[in-house]
Structures are given as structure tokens and as C-alpha cells.
Design a protein around this ligand. Structure first.
Ligand code: 4AD
Ligand code: MG
Length: 457
């Protein structure tokens, strides 16, 4: 007999007759002649109520069942007389697949996020993290659907690269050399790739090459940054979604970013409603209002210079100073989105000194066609730009940024042969999930997070 998933079973319109379900026991309640077993199989938030009568041959064993034990239940799906569920299963067979002794750390009570991080291998079995990782998986799928509907092709950009796209030097090296043999060009020559190699910080440079061939493409995969900042919104390994569009300027780029975020908010509200309700209830009571605001309000679009003026006039006691030419900090981004505009904000046209080499220099010669999308609580969720398509200007910028032009000859070729206006951005997938669920720490939206000093699982 085929296993039925509890989600399919609970959403069915009519009794299915005999069913087989498999899952883990959440709670057991005994009465004189029968027990209620609440079983969860991870297909949805809801448990299935199983009625085990004392006529079952192994009933004595069932009365010793502990939370976390794995079960296979055969029985009849019937309308439930109890409150809170339409259906329940009257068991004809309850097979114990694996007992979980009393040392099982997830006994029925609320646990702190900090404690659950210390048992990251078991936390998916809690309601909250089960819901979270279902939303994570479904949202990833919705991102692919979003792009596919708009004719974008998914590109698999390499994970091992020789370039530093962002120029921030936050690279993890990839090497087969023994410890101590690093440094110097001679050492790299003996290394696996014959030159310095690192984990990618962004798939953008590859995406640009494919966009200039296929038109509209996107990458969606893991990226790595050895940023030593132990914050709530930085991970050393995170996933990024990076669309890149040929024949598209900064305005088209902003339009796509806004449409993507709005669609993701709509998606979770409509298509992950049961799981999302848990986050509205236990994590962030304002979540629904925030998501509705994200869907309904137009994102504010302001130049960086104007954002600086607003922040300077705000009379706020910021920890970091606000000066034209300095990058915005999370506290500034939050002031703009939460206090001043009460909406997502796209800040564009940043001074070139605080942005990477590839962004298009504006006519003023001082700013570049950059855009950062900021949302309440999280701050920056998207960073992107129109790209510098003029070979001479790009070479000049690369020299200003002390890049080795010889290593980027292949990239410069794209400006030599049929160069066109093009744009793209990167959206941090985990930051998106934080926005969608109200979860305030990036460690709690990644199954096995990697942060400085922490790689236990
Ligand atoms: O602003 P960033 O650095 O932009 C780029 O990497 C561009 N090459 C993207 C592009 O134009 N194709 O990063 C993009 C986004 C950020 O806005 C943020 O959401 C996320 O990636 N991000 C991080 N997320 C988690 N942990 C980190 N350490 C992150 N660093 C960036
Ligand atoms: Mg950025």
C-alpha cells in the first residue's frame, strides 16, 4: 500500500477509505480504552489525529510511546468528532518504526531559538522550523516560476572562481596546497588551478556574459563571503538570486526588483498561508500588515544624495555618522523604511567610491547607476546596478579600483564585441525569507548556517 502524505489526507474532500501514513509522534493522550496519537510527517504544519483502540494487539506498547518516535499507521480515514480537525484515522495497525527515548531534546514545550540552533539537526522537527523550511523550499520554487513566466533562463554560475566581483576581498580560498604553502604567485602556480582560486561572492560576471547572449538570465545558488561581521543579517554562506538583463537600464532593473519582492510577498500570503500563520502568531504580530504594505505600496525611489539629506535632517542619534560619501548602515536604512517613508525604499545613484568597478558611471562623473532596495527591519535586501558598457570608462574604473586588467580580459571582451546597455541585481535569499517570515536572525532561516567560528553541523 502506498503512503499518503498527511497534507493530502487533511485537505481531501471526502473520506479516502483505507490509508497508510508514516510520521513522528508529537503527543500521546490516553483514556481508559484508547489513545489519541498526534502524528506529524512534515508535509504540513497540522498533525493527524490517530485513534488507537485497546483492541490493537500491541496496544500495551503503544501506551509507552514517546514524543519523537517514528510510526507507520494503517487505518480508515473518518470524519472526526473532535474540535480542530475534519478527519482522523482509526488505526487498524500501528507499527513502531523507531522509538525516541526520553532523552529526545524536543519534548513538548517552547524552546528558545538559541537552544534550537544548538540542535540544528533536530530543529526541523519543531512546528516553527518545519514551517520555515517548507516556506524556504516553496519560495525557491516560486522564484523560478517568477523568472520562467517572464522568459528568463536559469544559469548555473561557477562556485569556484578566480575573480572578486565585489572587490571587497572577502574571499574564501580554494586550494589543494598543504597548510603553510600559501602566498606568492609561485605557490599559486603549483596549486590545483595553477592560479589563485576562491569561492564565488557573486555570479554576476558570469550572468552578464550569458545575458549578452541569451537576453534575460538569472543565477540562483550559493555564494560565500568571509565577512567577519557577526550580525543578524550576515552569513558566510548564503544564496543569492541574480537576474541580469540585456537592453535594460536602471529603471527597468528597479521595476524588476520591486515586482520580484511584491510577488514573493503575495506568494507566501496566498500559497503558504497555513505555515505563515504560525509566524504571524508567534514571531511577528505585525507580519501581515508589513507584507500587505509591501504588496500594495509603491516602493519609494530616491537618489542617495537625498537619502543622506533626509538622514542628516532627522535629528536621530545614529551610532554611525551620516556623510555624503559614506555607505548607509542598517540603522540608516531602517530609519528610511520604518520611520520616514514607512515603505520599502530604493536608493539609487551612489557615489562611485563606495560601489564596485562594474557599475555605470553617470553623466555627473561622481555617481554610478547603482540601486539598493531597502525594506523595513532588514534594511538592504537587493543590491544592483546598470553595468558600465563603455570599454574605455570600464577600464578606467578598473584601474581606479586597482584590478589586474589582464585577469579580466574575458570580461572586457563583452564590451569589445557588441556591447549593450544591461542591468541586474542580487537579492539575498535569506534576507528575503527574513522579510517574509518576520524571523530576525539569518541563522534561523538556514538549515545549517555558517557564520564566523561556527560550522558544527
Ligand atoms: O549588494 P551585493 O554585495 O551585490 C552583489 O553581489 C552584486 N554582484 C549583485 C548583482 O548585481 N548581481 O549583494 C547582493 C545581496 C545583498 O543585497 C544582500 O541581500 C545579500 O546579497 N547579501 C548577503 N546575505 C547574507 N549574508 C551576507 N553576508 C550577504 N552579503 C550580501
Ligand atoms: Mg550591497
Amino acid at each position: 500500500m502506498q503512503r499518503t502524505k498527511i497534507n493530502d489526507l487533511l485537505t481531501s474532500d471526502s473520506p479516502l477509505g483505507p490509508v497508510l501514513i508514516k510520521g513522528w509522534l508529537r503527543t500521546r493522550r490516553d483514556s481508559k480504552t484508547f489513545s489519541f496519537l498526534e502524528v506529524n510527517d512534515g508535509s504540513c504544519l497540522a498533525n493527524l489525529q490517530v485513534v488507537a483502540n485497546d483492541t490493537l494487539p500491541n496496544y500495551e506498547d503503544l501506551r509507552k510511546l514517546t514524543t519523537g518516535s517514528a510510526l507507520a499507521v494503517r487505518g480508515e480515514l473518518v470524519a472526526s468528532a473532535g474540535k480542530g480537525q475534519h478527519w482522523e484515522v482509526t488505526a487498524s495497525v500501528v507499527e513502531i518504526l523507531g522509538m525516541a527515548p526520553e532523552t529526545y531534546p524536543l519534548q513538548k514545550k517552547r524552546h528558545t531559538d538559541e537552544f534550537l540552533r544548538s540542535i540544528a539537526h533536530l530543529r526541523p522537527r519543531t512546528n516553527k522550523y518545519g514551517a520555515l523550511f517548507r516556506i524556504r523550499a516553496d519560495t525557491a520554487w516560486a522564484i523560478h516560476r517568477f523568472f520562467r513566466e517572464r522568459g528568463f533562463r536559469w544559469l548555473h554560475s561557477p562556485i569556484i572562481t578566480a575573480s572578486d566581483c565585489e572587490g571587497a576581498g572577502e574571499l574564501f580560498r580554494v586550494t589543494t596546497l598543504p597548510p603553510g604553502a600559501d602566498g606568492g604567485p609561485e605557490a599559486f602556480a603549483a596549486d590545483f588551478f595553477g592560479s589563485r582560486a576562491n569561492l564565488t561572492v557573486s555570479g554576476q560576471l558570469s550572468a552578464e556574459m550569458l545575458a549578452l547572449a541569451l537576453g534575460d538570465v538569472y543565477t540562483f545558488g550559493p555564494t560565500f563571503r568571509a565577512e567577519n561581521s557577526n550580525t543578524r543579517r550576515h552569513a558566510a554562506e548564503f544564496w543569492m538570486v541574480e537576474p541580469e538583463m540585456a537592453f535594460c537600464d536602471l529603471t527597468g532593473n528597479m521595476d524588476l526588483g520591486e515586482a520580484l519582492i511584491k510577488e514573493m510577498a503575495r506568494f507566501v500570503m496566498e500559497e503558504c498561508a497555513a505555515d505563515l500563520a504560525l509566524f504571524s502568531r508567534f514571531v511577528d504580530p505585525g507580519l501581515k500588515t508589513t507584507l500587505e504594505g509591501t504588496i500594495e505600496k509603491s516602493f519609494v525611489r530616491i537618489p542617495y544624495a537625498e537619502a543622506v539629506t533626509i538622514l542628516q535632517r532627522s535629528k536621530q542619534d545614529f551610532t554611525f555618522p551620516v556623510d555624503y560619501g559614506r555607505d548607509l548602515q542598517t540603522e540608516h536604512e531602517r530609519y528610511l523604511t520604518e520611520v520616514h517613508f514607512k515603505a520599502p525604499v530604493i536608493v539609487h545613484d551612489y557615489p562611485k567610491e563606495i560601489k564596485p568597478f562594474y557599475m555605470r558611471v553617470n553623466d555627473d562623473g561622481r555617481t554610478v547607476a547603482a540601486m539598493d532596495v531597502l525594506v523595513p527591519v532588514i534594511g538592504e535586501i537587493i543590491g544592483g546596478s546598470q553595468r558600465e558598457e563603455r570599454l574605455d570608462v570600464l577600464e578606467m574604473r578598473m584601474k581606479e579600483c586597482n584590478l589586474d586588467l589582464a585577469a579580466y580580459e574575458w570580461y572586457l571582451d563583452s564590451r569589445r564585441y557588441g556591447s549593450v546597455v544591461h542591468s541586474g541585481f542580487g537579492m539575498g535569499f535569506e534576507r528575503l525569507l527574513m522579510m517574509l517570515t518576520g524571523v530576525s536572525n539569518i541563522r534561523d532561516v538556514i538549515p545549517f548556517p555558517r557564520t564566523p567560528g561556527d560550522i558544527a553541523f
